[in-house]
Design a binder for this molecule. Structure first.
Ligand SMILES: Nc1ncnc2c1ncn2[C@@H]1O[C@H](COP(=O)(O)OP(=O)(O)O)[C@@H](O)[C@H]1O
Ligand SMILES: [Mg+2]
Length: 367
């Protein structure tokens, strides 16, 4: 187990900078998820930690060592990729042990470590199989097993579940979470899937265009997103955003105008500029109640009934695809209009520069 630290990490390819001076401190034993849209620099950041890319400037530390100029093989890390890259002619056992064997570890020790890892990953009955006779999930487990036998200080995963179907992804997600509990190593996991980030991470690092937007626990990001980008990225379906005007702000409230309605929200708006354009954010799952502090009118266009919940989509205050999530079966007709009740304490408010006004209360967990 080791902590990992990046200091002012910059990476450029030619004259294009893709990682812009990132500072990060990851604690020993933590499960960290790097999340963000495609192309934001997740893989590059992970490859910098692995030593597969070299920094343009800044430094990387693993444990108490400065590894900025250390070769990948000497960094005490193991990496699992989206493509499993197993040797087709080798059995599961040989695939898992190959790396160790090549570094000169004796046969019995390799066999012992492979057997132990195979048991952890429930591969012990498949040791004699070739990769072509395994399912996608089993192949990915072999790839993880190959990493485990090396007993690394830090595990790196780059979108390891993207090639699996939805059901297997959920299963593997649980398996990796359990593995982390069992072996307690520091793990850095890259994904573009915010559900994987929310369910697996101790802390999430949200990246955009090579910058860190926010670092925090899943529920911190959910309840207190620092800006519009994080608010829109975390949560499914996405938060609804409506344009509004700020009338006045104080340390304990913001008074806004939404379509001629005056609404007071419990946020710290002491830095607000009266008359400025703001964005009101409301999560679909916060909108299903029969009462609230104010109401908006929704023109329902589509209703998706999933059994356990109902999603109502339509136009609301100039937003095309406003979504309301209601618990259970909801018989609201498509084409009808309805009042959406909103609790002021559930709202998020964003300034013109996209930064959030800090919320003073949350009706959920306030982690
Ligand atoms: N070897 C490379 N040469 C030039 N540009 C690269 C190279 N690797 C990545 N990039 C660029 O860096 C940016 C970040 O890429 P990447 O880290 O792969 O993003 P992500 O994993 O978040 O999808 C992208 O714009 C990509 O085109
Ligand atoms: Mg990538």
């Amino acid at each position: 187990m080791s902590n990992v630290e990046l200091k002012q990490a910059v990476k450029s390819f030619g004259d294009v900078t893709v990682i812009h001076g990132i500072d990060l401190q990851l604690n020993s034993g933590e499960f960290i998820v790097f999340v963000g849209p495609s192309g934001c620099g997740k893989s590059t950041l992970l490859r910098l930690v692995a030593g597969l890319e070299t920094l343009s400037s800044g430094s990387i530390h693993i444990g108490d060592q400065d590894v900025t100029h250390t070769e990948a093989v000497d960094r005490g890390i193991a990496m699992v990729f989206q493509s499993y890259a197993l040797y087709p002619h080798m059995t599961v056992e040989q695939n898992m042990g190959f790396g160790l064997k090549m570094t000169g570890v004796d046969k019995e020790e390799v066999a012992e470590k492979v057997a132990k890892a195979a048991k952890t990953l429930q591969l012990d009955k498949l040791l004699d199989r070739k990769p072509k006779n395994l399912s996608g999930g089993q192949r990915q487990r072999v790839a993880i097993g190959r990493a485990i036998v090396r007993e690394p200080e830090v595990f790196l995963f780059d979108e390891p579940l993207s090639n699996l179907d939805a059901e297997l992804r959920v299963e593997m997600r649980l398996q990796i979470a359990k593995l982390h509990e069992q072996i307690g190593a520091t793990m850095i996991y890259v994904t573009h899937d915010q559900v994987e980030a929310m369910t697996m991470a101790d802390r999430i690092v949200v990246l955009r265009l090579g910058h860190v937007e926010q670092v925090g626990s899943p529920l911190e990001l959910y309840h207190h997103p620092k800006n519009l980008f994080v608010a829109g990225f975390i949560g499914s379906p996405k938060m609804n955003f409506i344009k509004a005007t700020l009338k006045e702000g104080s340390a304990t409230s913001a008074v806004i105008d939404v379509d001629g309605q005056t609404i007071t929200l419990p946020v710290n708006a002491e830095n607000a500029v009266a008359g400025s354009a703001v964005t009101l954010g409301m999560r679909p799952e916060d909108l299903g109640d029969n009462s609230g502090d104010f109401a908006l009118s929704l023109q329902v266009e589509v209703a998706e009934r999933l059994g356990g919940s109902t999603y109502l989509y339509g136009q609301c205050s100039g937003l095309e695809n406003f979504v309301v999530q209601r618990a259970g079966l909801d018989d609201t007709k498509e084409g009808s209009s309805m009042n959406v009740n909103v609790h002021a304490a559930n709202c998020h408010l964003f300034a013109e520069d996209e930064s959030a006004f800090p919320r003073l209360s949350t009706s959920g967990l306030s982690t």
